[in-house]
Design a protein around this ligand. Structure first.
Ligand SMILES: NC(=O)c1ccc[n+]([C@@H]2O[C@H](COP(=O)([O-])OP(=O)(O)OC[C@H]3O[C@@H](n4cnc5c(N)ncnc54)[C@H](O)[C@@H]3O)[C@@H](O)[C@H]2O)c1
Length: 345
């Protein structure tokens, strides 16, 4: 299959690109290369004959038309987005632009391309979204595919809008879409402004490890390689118009998560133990959702997928990857905003 992947120089998109190329697919990676994108994320596959890169903004309709006409993909996997909640609090405009206007522009370009080819039934527009569109849970319950939308941050509201657009383009124009909403991802190539890399890199530097609020916010952690596997399965086997929630079945409070990372580092770097002495509570994020949890029954029962990596295994692999790949993360610390507290409102 020939796949057009948007956001393929980002964290999850690059995992999809690497996996798809290794599986023998052709991939056109379309990425604007914002502060969050890096071609080093796809360096492992960049010389493969099936890989092509196009630097472009998904808000640029002419560029999208040109790229679709040039590469003639069988499917689009749409991951390009502004993705950091804290940045959406400081500057929502970029989130409205890329996540809403950009998705709209890509949908229109895809519709014109698909119509122009006689509306092939096997074309797919796979939209990758987040569980944050469902809002915040109390201590019990989980998000299913039918949970009402209740986004509470500029980021999640912009992603919710994009989900609605994708469904509308399916219902109104018949565009063959798929949707997935996943929980928090983690793993190699995670940009060093997100919680898990921040904890690892602060601990390695012997600097305070910031924990928002009381550290009691719960997330359902999904190893990025498991997620990429699930996305490929949904693309290949999911019925048109279907949505799937993808979770890691790995709930943990932020404080528990940080302590587990510190314990792994205590083993690997005993000379600096105990790393948890660096934990520092800082003022909470405004509107911080308390708990997210995914009910993955649909994807398990319909497509036979379940996560393969436990949180302890995934954290161990991730910490080791950051220890082994300073060449990757060190230059990213100089990018705008990285290392500064963002999103205090
Ligand atoms: N990371 C998570 O835990 C998580 C969880 C749920 C859903 N998601 C969703 O998955 C997708 C990928 O997330 P990620 O963590 O890999 O994000 P990321 O921020 O690491 O990567 C986003 C990529 O999109 C590119 N991009 C941004 N604006 C663009 C534009 N206008 N045109 C073209 N390219 C643009 C960036 O350069 C970057 O390479 C996003 O849609 C996000 O909402 C992420």
């Amino acid at each position: 299959m020939k796949l057009l992947v948007t956001g393929g120089a980002g964290f999850i998109g690059s995992a999809v690109v690497r996996r798809a190329i290794r599986a023998g697919h052709q991939v056109v990676n379309v990425d604007k290369l914002t502060y969050a994108g890096s071609l080093t994320n796809v360096a492992e596959v960049a010389d493969e004959p099936g890989y092509a890169f196009e630097q472009a903004d998904i808000c640029d309709r002419d560029a999208m038309d040109r790229i679709l006409a040039r590469h003639q993909p069988d499917a689009i996997m749409h991951l390009a987005a502004e993705s950091h909640v804290d940045r959406s609090i400081d500057g929502p405009a970029a989130f409205i632009q890329t996540n809403i206007i950009g998705t709209y522009t890509l949908l229109e370009a895809a519709r014109a391309y698909w119509s122009g080819r006689g509306k092939p039934a096997d074309f797919r527009f796979h939209h990758i979204s987040t569980d944050e569109v469902f809002g915040s849970l109390g201590p019990t319950g989980k998000f299913t595919e039918t949970t009402p939308y209740d986004p509470r941050s500029p980021y999640s509201a912009s992603k919710a809008s994009s989900d609605h657009l994708v469904r509308a383009w399916h219902e109104t124009y018949g565009l063959p879409v798929l949707l997935t909403n996943c929980s928090n991802n983690y793993g190699p190539y995670h940009f060093p402004e997100k919680l898990i890399p921040v904890v690892i890199l602060k601990a390695l530097a012997g600097e305070p490890i910031p924990v928002y609020g009381d550290g009691g916010n719960v997330r359902d952690w999904l190893y990025v390689e498991d997620h990429a596997e699930a996305l490929m399965l949904v693309l290949e086997k999911g019925p048109v118009g279907r949505s799937y929630n993808i979770g890691g079945e790995n709930e943990a409070t932020n404080l528990d998560l940080v302590r587990r990372i510190c314990a792994i580092l205590d083993n690997k770097r005993p000379e600096a133990a105990p790393h948890d002495r660096l934990i520092t509570f800082v003022p909470d994020r405004p509107g911080h959702d308390r708990r997210y949890a995914i009910d993955p029954t649909r994807i398990r029962e319909e497509l036979g997928w379940r996560p393969s990596v436990t949180l302890d295994e995934g954290l161990e692999r991730t910490v080791q990857w950051y220890l082994d790949n300073e060449w990757w993360w060190r230059p990213l610390l100089n990018r705008e905003g990285v290392g500064r507290r963002l999103g205090t409102g």
